[in-house]
Design a protein around this ligand. Structure first.
Ligand code: P6P
Length: 335
C-alpha cells in the first residue's frame, strides 16, 4: 500500500536535498497551492454562480477576458502579493508587470502565470487550468522587481507547473529534477501525490494540432501532418481540445506531439504565433523536458528563447522525443 504524500510533504522532502535552501521557494509554492484550491472551487461551480461569460475586458494579446479569468487573476495576486517571496509578478492577463505593493517585503523570486489557460472554452465545460513559472530575480534584493527580472529564458527557470481543473483537479509540478502529479482530494482539500516521477513515453500515437490553420502553415509543416495521418505513420489519432494545458497534459501522460506552428495568414514573411512564451510555451515546454520530452520552436529549443517583451509568442512542437524528431526531420526538409 503506497504512502500518502501531500504536496506540502513532497516539497519539504525535496527541499531537504538542497542544504542551502531557505524554505522561501517551498513557502511560495505552498501559497500557490492554496490559490489553486480557491480557483478550483469557483471553476467547478461557475455555472451556478453566474461566473461563466465575459467580463467585458480584453487582455494584452487581444483575448476576451472571462469572469473566471478575472477571478483567477485576482485570487493569485491576493494570495501572492504579501508573502515576501516575490519581487514582482507577470500575468498573461496584464499588459505590464504586477508590482508588489509598497507595504510588503520584496522577495527573491518572480512569478509569471497564465491564470486560466483555455478559458475561451470554459462555458462549454472544457478543461482549463493555471500555468505558472518561477525565476530567481536578477536585480538587487529588496528593490522593486522590474521587467529584467521577468524576461528570462526557460533555461533559468527554478520551478514551473500547471493545475488542470477537470474531471479531477491535478497539479503537475517540477522544481527542476523531476515532474510529479498531485490530485486534489476535495473531501480534505489536499493535493495528494498520484503521479510520482512522470516520464513521457518515448513515442506516442496521438498528434494534436488545430488543422483549421493548415492553409496558413509552411509547406514542411503541412507535409508532416499529412504524413502523421498516413498508413506509413500509423496513422496516428488526432486529438485537439483547444486548451493548451489539456492538450499538453494528455501528451505528457500518453505520449505523442502537440503543435502550434507559425501561421502565415497576415504577414507572409514573419508570420504569426499564438502561444505566449512566458506564460504557456515556456513553462509547459520546460515541464515536458523535465519528464524526458522535447519542446522546440522548430529552429531551437523553446527553453533557449529569451523574451524581449512580456507577451512574446513563439511556435511550438512539444512531446515525445521520437515524435518531435520526426517533426523536425520534416521541418528541416530532411524528409
Ligand atoms: P486555437 C487558449 O486560448 C490558447 O491560448 C491555448 O490554450 C490553446 O492551445 C490555443 O489558444 C488554442 O488556439 O487557435 O486553436 O483556438
Amino acid at each position: 500500500m503506497s504512502a500518502i504524500v501531500s504536496v506540502q510533504r513532497h516539497l519539504l522532502e525535496t527541499q531537504r536535498h538542497h542544504p542551502t535552501a531557505t524554505g522561501d521557494l517551498t513557502a511560495l509554492l505552498w501559497d500557490l497551492t492554496l490559490a489553486f484550491k480557491l480557483i478550483n472551487a469557483e471553476v467547478n461551480k461557475a455555472g451556478l454562480v453566474n461566473l461563466y461569460g465575459l467580463d467585458g475586458d480584453r487582455n494584452a494579446s487581444g483575448d476576451d477576458v472571462t469572469k473566471l479569468d478575472r477571478f483567477a487573476q485576482d485570487t493569485i495576486f491576493r494570495m501572492m502579493d504579501h508573502g515576501g517571496h516575490l519581487c514582482c509578478m507577470a500575468s498573461e492577463e496584464e499588459r505590464e508587470i504586477i508590482p508588489i505593493p509598497a507595504k510588503y517585503a520584496k522577495g527573491k523570486y518572480v512569478l509569471s502565470y497564465d491564470p486560466l489557460d483555455g478559458s475561451s472554452n470554459i462555458d462549454a465545460n472544457v478543461s482549463v487550468g493555471t500555468i505558472f513559472a518561477i525565476h530567481r530575480r536578477r536585480t538587487p534584493e529588496g528593490t522593486d522587481g522590474t521587467e529584467e527580472d521577468v524576461l528570462q529564458s526557460g533555461r533559468a527557470l527554478v520551478a514551473a507547473g500547471y493545475v488542470i481543473y477537470g474531471s479531477s483537479t491535478m497539479l503537475v509540478l517540477s522544481t527542476g529534477q523531476r515532474v510529479d502529479g498531485f490530485t486534489l482530494d476535495p473531501s480534505v482539500g489536499e493535493f495528494l501525490l498520484s503521479h510520482p516521477d512522470i516520464r513521457i513515453p518515448k513515442r506516442g500515437k496521438i498528434y494534436s494540432v488545430n488543422e483549421g490553420n493548415q492553409s496558413f502553415w509552411r509547406e514542411n509543416t503541412r507535409r508532416y501532418v499529412d504524413w502523421i495521418k498516413s498508413p506509413e505513420a500509423g496513422p496516428y489519432k488526432g486529438r485537439y481540445i483547444g486548451s493548451m494545458i489539456a492538450d499538453v497534459h494528455r501528451t505528457l501522460l500518453y505520449g505523442g506531439i502537440f503543435l502550434y506552428p507559425r501561421t502565415f495568414r497576415h504577414d507572409p514573411v514573419k508570420g504569426e504565433c499564438k502561444l505566449r512564451l512566458l506564460y504557456e510555451a515556456g513553462p509547459m515546454g520546460w515541464i515536458v523536458e523535465r519528464a524526458g520530452g522535447v519542446a522546440t520552436t522548430g529552429d531551437e529549443p523553446v527553453a533557449d528563447l529569451v523574451p524581449t517583451h512580456l507577451h512574446d509568442t513563439c511556435p511550438v512542437a512539444i512531446g515525445s522525443p521520437d515524435d518531435v524528431a520526426d517533426y523536425l526531420a520534416f521541418y528541416r526538409g530532411e524528409r
